[in-house]
Ligand binder design. Structure first.
Ligand code: COA
Length: 285
């Protein structure tokens, strides 16, 4: 990928990214480090976190990691302390850590529902409150971004805990965008459609047939590429977007619109054939 932003777009930013050791979290960590942000990644598995830190450092960036489960507010505090001890005060947060799996909702156990909601909703609150308290105490401006999903608006069958928790996250970002504007803290959500990662695809789109069907729901018939998502995130986390707060920005190649439009399927027909069919329906003069 040829870099499209100035290499110092994120200079002066110190960004904590949860779940930053793999998948989209790792992609954001690498891209943002390449644009001058210092990156603190927090997650459950030290080996993955350290590998990402090493990759960033080898590319000339600055990064540190700390283990911690976002469900545990004391662990979150300790992880922020550990990262700040190495990088200096954090002024940004990306709530990326998530939990999700496909299940019929009537079969969910207490613990299954609890696990996802605790990671997504409580985890986001724990991390956002932690950064917010630190920024407010220092009188420093900052940015928070939460990775949600396109089903944040309408819910989704078979991923109920995630749908409910992500809707809560979006509401949290919007509530705080108003409440913390006085502290110069901006909060936004990004709602990605399908961007291939091992973690999400093995859980949610298992098998090539299901993957093929998912691709058909995107008008361009392709999934998103990581750099397309990280470009949006870099912009939202930069000083190039100072007036954007409380937003939910969709990035899905119009997949959600396609799914909601009654005649969208025609877009996948051969255009010549589709036009012939429409012409045949036109009343003759
Ligand atoms: N269907 C139904 N229930 C499931 C499940 C599935 N596919 N996977 C886990 N569960 C249930 C477990 O059975 C358990 O409930 P129980 O104690 O009543 O049996 C409960 O969820 C917790 O599972 P456990 O594996 O002990 O929890 P955990 O805290 O270690 O893991 C998860 C949390 C379940 C969300 C796990 O998938 C995870 O860690 N995911 C992180 C990565 C991720 O999901 N990324 C999202 C990419 S879209």
């Amino acid at each position: 990928m040829k870099e499209t932003f100035r290499s110092d777009l994120l200079a002066g930013k110190t960004t904590v990214i949860t779940g930053g050791g793999s998948g989209l979290g790792k992609a954001m960590a690498l891209r943002m480090a390449g644009l001058g942000a210092k990156i603190g990644i927090v997650g459950r598995r030290l080996d993955k976190l350290q590998a990402t830190v090493d990759e960033i450092t080898a590319a000339g960036g600055t990064a540190a990691c700390a283990t911690g489960d976002v469900r545990d507010s004391a662990a979150v505090k300790a992880a922020f302390d550990a990262v700040e001890a190495k990088l200096g005060p954090a002024n940004q947060l990306i709530n990326n850590a998530a939990g999700n799996f496909l299940s019929a909702s009537e079969d969910l156990s207490d613990n299954a529902f609890d696990s996802v909601v605790r990671i997504v909703l409580y985890g986001t609150f724990n991390c956002t409150r932690e950064l917010g308290q630190r920024l407010i105490a220092r009188g420093a401006p900052g940015e928070v971004l939460s990775i949600v999903t396109t089903y944040v608006h309408n819910g989704s069958a078979f991923v109920l805990p995630s749908a409910a928790a992500k809707a809560g996250v979006a509401a949290m970002m919007r509530s705080l965008a108003v409440e913390w504007a006085t502290y110069n803290i901006r909060l936004n959500s990004v709602a990605p459609g399908p961007f291939p990662t091992e973690g999400a695809f093995s859980r949610l789109l298992p098998g090539s047939e299901i993957e093929k069907q998912a691709k058909r729901r995107v008008p361009s018939r392709r999934f998103g590429e990581h750099h397309e998502l990280t470009s949006l995130v870099a912009f939202l986390m930069s000083d190039a977007s100072p007036y954007q707060t409380g937003d939910i920005v969709t990035i899905d190649g119009a997949e959600a619109l396609f799914s909601g439009q009654q005649f969208a399927g025609f877009a996948h027909l051969d255009r010549g054939m589709a036009k012939e069919m429409m012409a045949a329906l036109k009343p003759k003069k």
